[in-house]
Design a protein around this ligand. Structure first.
Ligand code: BG6
Length: 487
């Protein structure tokens, strides 16, 4: 891997502490960092290199999934870390930063390959990108990449504005938009699995009755009231993570697809997604908000009693949707997508329900028959289960489902951030969101945002610790289906 300088904006922030440092450390253990690697952390606070390294050490000891207490390894890893204070609006600070980076490049004898990681609020993206451009930090004789976190915009227009501003400083191929769901190992496996001829042959409306994509969480708004109350589940999870899962699942990639092909096919899915009209949103979108209840044995308060949330808030903490992809493969197959906070259990999964072709045979009335299912468990456990109907040898005429199971042991599974940072260091954009996908996602979601804003969609309060409002069940029941695995 090419020598790299990792320039981290927001180096004293929460994301860096919880995700980025542990991910880098785990990559280092696996020898997946470049041999010559330099990291410069940036923040508003004055910090010596030693104090910065001590903070990073603390984060590794608390959050690393492996070797969290291996002092010798940690020490060696941290020797690459330096710190510089930066006020994002001060030109002089960027000049100082450039000097420090050049000095480190010289010491390590490495070319100016620079990865700028913006682990800061979106309101700072534009100023930082301009600061990088104007100071000459990004115009060296190596490569440069800009890695940015979500949210990418608040609606279609603001996303377009942001993209336009970023593209003054960076070309599309240099921008790596993180959607951490794309870093989850099983989501990455979907790319390969759907190219597998066995599954590929079944991946059509001929065999598939419906698809269910769920991302349920047990946590509530946590300490993020200021952010969450302005975005809701629709922007926080649906526009990005959920639609990315949909694209990854349905894009019908040809064999040996490269990143260009993956992006092209994902874009095609978004273009084929049947658009919603604002007035029709309430027919296919369920909006919910949690009330007080009990989650995993603990009583919890309702959303509007949470600190920082107005008692009149109409924000959505749950959304369920029915989508249709109008193309050759998927026409007529409903896709049900839901995500919510304060649900009964933490679970992200995709369920593919196959058509009951046996219905047409003489065994139609056999007892105990349930459809064949293919289940992708994405988190917290990772696994794939195929449930097939077969005959019960003990009870003549009855069906008995058998399950074929694959489950990954949790310790072996890399964190999403490990996969994504590794890819960004390598210059592989496959599992990052391309602007076309982001724009098309916002475009599709825009009528929902407007319908919510204008209160055209009822807000259903659901008890915390359940699977959301009853209307979410009714959405599927109308079509003769139900959410799988809700007990
Ligand atoms: C984040 C959202 O993007 O994803 C959070 O902002 C949410 O609100 C989180 O809790 C869920 O991620 P995961 O990996 O725990 O499913």
């Amino acid at each position: 891997m090419e020598p790299t300088t990792f320039v981290l904006f927001g180096a004293t922030g929460d994301l860096a502490k919880r995700k980025i440092y542990p991910a880098l450390y785990n990559l280092y253990i696996d020898r997946k960092l470049p041999q010559s690697f330099s990291l410069v952390g940036l923040g508003r606070r004055e910090l010596s290199d030693e104090s910065f390294q001590a903070n990073v050490e603390q984060s590794i000891r608390t959050f690393s999934r492996r070797e969290a207490n291996n002092s010798a390894l940690i020490k060696d890893f941290l020797s690459a870390f330096r710190y510089s204070v930066l006020d994002i609006g001060r030109k002089e600070d960027y000049r100082k930063l450039l000097q420090l980076i050049e000095q480190r490049e010289e010491e390590l004898r490495i070319p100016p390959n620079r990865l700028f990681y913006l682990s800061v609020g979106p309101e700072f993206f534009e100023t930082i990108a301009a600061g990088i451009e104007e100071s000459g930090l990004g115009s060296a004789n190596g490569w440069r990449r800009l890695v940015i976190e979500k949210p990418f915009g608040h609606d279609l227009q603001s996303a377009r504005d942001l993209n336009q501003k970023l593209s003054k400083a960076f070309a599309e191929h240099e921008i790596y938009r993180i959607d951490h769901y794309l870093g989850k190992p099983l989501v990455q496996k979907l790319e390969i699995l759907q190219q597998n001829p066995v599954l590929n042959a079944l991946w059509t409306n001929r065999y598939i009755a419906n698809v269910q994509i769920t991302a349920n969480e047990t946590v509530g708004v946590e300490e993020r009231a200021g952010y969450y109350d302005h975005v809701g589940a629709v922007r926080d999870m649906f526009q990005n993570h959920m639609l990315q899962l949909l694209m990854m699942l349905t894009s019908h990639l040809p064999n040996n697809s490269d990143s260009e092909m993956v992006r092209f096919k994902k874009k095609k899915v978004m273009e084929a997604l049947e658009p919603l009209q604002k007035e029709e949103v309430s027919a296919s979108i369920i909006r919910g908000q949690y009330k007080a209840g009990t989650v995993q044995g603990k009583p919890v308060i309702g959303y509007t009693s949470e600190p920082g949330i107005a008692s009149t808030s109409m924000n959505d903490t749950f959304i369920a949707a029915k989508l249709q992809i109008d193309d050759f493969f998927w026409r007529g197959v409903p896709f049900y997508i839901r995500t919510g906070k304060r649900m009964k259990e933490k679970s992200t999964r995709i369920v593919i329900e196959f058509k009951e072709l046996l219905k047409m045979s003489s065994q139609a009335n056999a007892e105990g028959k349930s459809p064949n299912l293919l289940v992708f468990e994405i988190s917290p456990n990772e696994g794939i289960t195929l449930q097939l109907n077969t005959r019960d040898p003990l009870h003549k005429g009855e069906f008995k489902p058998i399950q074929m199971d694959f489950h990954e042991s949790r310790d072996d599974v890399p964190e999403a951030y490990e996969n994504l940072i590794y890819d960004a260091l390598h210059g592989d954009p496959t599992f990052f969101a391309h602007w076309d996908e982001v724009e098309l996602s916002w475009k599709w979601v825009q009528p929902i945002l407007e319908a919510f804003e204008e209160n055209l969609v009822p807000l259903h309060r659901y008890e915390a610790g359940t699977y959301g409002p009853a209307e979410s069940d009714a959405l599927l029941a109308k079509d003769g289906y139900h959410w799988w695995f809700d007990d």
